[in-house]
Design a protein. Structure first.
Length: 333
């Protein structure tokens, strides 16, 4: 026998269906959809980006009202071009590239967050180079970028040596093979990437970090947008920053989860190598008394003086124009 529901039961079912439908089919409780935004990396995905991938994997971006699409660049100039063309909303840039771009087109870009709180640039040297000034008369490889010459000169001079006495040669991005083959006695590179890789194969490798030889502890990598986008879509930028700050807090607390997110989101990244790099760079994500992402005016002023002194740019960078300090200071963390 088929049971016929009572009138009261039917009314209850209809009321429940009406509530689930949201009074006409719109889901107001879910709120507006996250705003899409493109974030261009400074380089091929690596351990320094682990917190970024963790933020998107865990949905921190969507919770902040933004849907981040992470894009690897095809060349080091991609980010600046894409930002200026309006084809990217945000990008990680080396702080020297930011200064150079601003000198060429003043006021076109603005940095809103620090990805790391100290320089990643260094001089890697053969085990028999006990200190930077010992490079006098020896070959040191550089990629050819203006910042390389500045880093090499700053480190040698900071140790009391004469940078002009070093035989500088251009080797491109071949620091590790050039040093292993003995073609150079030293080379400029990033201590968190090439330095880690080289020490794994040659543990006695010397690593001379630029901020240990006179350079200020400037943030090597910064999150950048355009002033126009920051004015027009400030909520998008602040939402992205909030999500990234959560992502890097998570990476520091749960490095294994951050590595999982990086490897899953960036095919081709080896987990073991990324784990070594993350262990090396993690302390640089923050500075004493400074939460992740915060830009420090005094540090940036010292960097601007150093940037001009060592010839990366002709004029001292205008810190007040190049950096918006308020974005990363807003919100939790």
């Amino acid at each position: 026998m088929t049971r016929i529901p009572s009138l009261s039961a039917v009314l209850l079912l209809l009321a429940a269906a009406w509530a689930l439908a949201g009074c006409g089919g719109t889901d107001e409780a879910a709120g507006p959809s996250p705003t899409p935004a493109t974030l261009v990396l400074d380089f091929a995905p690596n351990a320094v980006h682990a917190g970024t991938y963790l933020a998107t994997t865990r949905g921190y971006d969507r919770e902040a009202g933004v849907r981040l699409t992470v894009q690897a660049p095809s060349s080091s100039t991609d980010a600046v071009k894409l930002l200026r063309a309006g084809r990217a909303d945000l990008a990680y840039l080396d702080i020297h590239d930011l200064a150079i771009a601003d000198e060429r087109s003043p006021g076109a870009l603005v940095a809103v967050m620090a990805l790391v709180q100290r320089p990643l640039a260094a001089v890697l040297a053969a085990p028999d180079v006990s200190r930077p000034r010992d490079l006098a008369g020896r070959r040191a490889g550089v990629t050819g970028l203006p910042s390389d010459r500045a880093v090499l000169a700053s480190i040698v001079r900071g140790d009391g040596g004469d940078p002009d006495a070093v035989r500088e040669v251009t080797i491109g991005f071949q620091a590790v093979p050039a040093l292993l083959a003995g073609r150079v006695a030293a080379a400029t590179a990033f201590w968190n990437a090439e330095g880690v890789a080289l020490r794994r194969r040659r543990p006695a490798t010397r690593i001379f970090k630029v901020d240990e030889f006179g350079a200020p502890a400037y943030p090597e990598l910064v999150l950048v947008t355009t002033p126009a986008r920051l004015r027009a879509r400030r909520a998008l930028v602040t939402g992205a920053v909030a999500a990234l700050r959560r992502g890097y807090a998570g990476a520091l607390a749960e490095p294994g989860a951050a590595l999982d997110a990086l490897v899953a989101g960036a095919p081709g990244v080896g987990r073991s190598g990324a784990a070594r790099e993350l262990a090396a760079v993690a302390p640089a994500f923050t500075a004493p008394g400074r939460p992740f992402g915060v830009l420090d005016r005094r540090t940036l002023a010292a960097w601007a003086t150093w940037e001009q002194r060592f010839g990366i740019v002709r004029e001292r960078p205008a810190v007040a124009r190049l950096f918006d300090l308020a974005v990363a200071r807003s919100g939790p963390g």
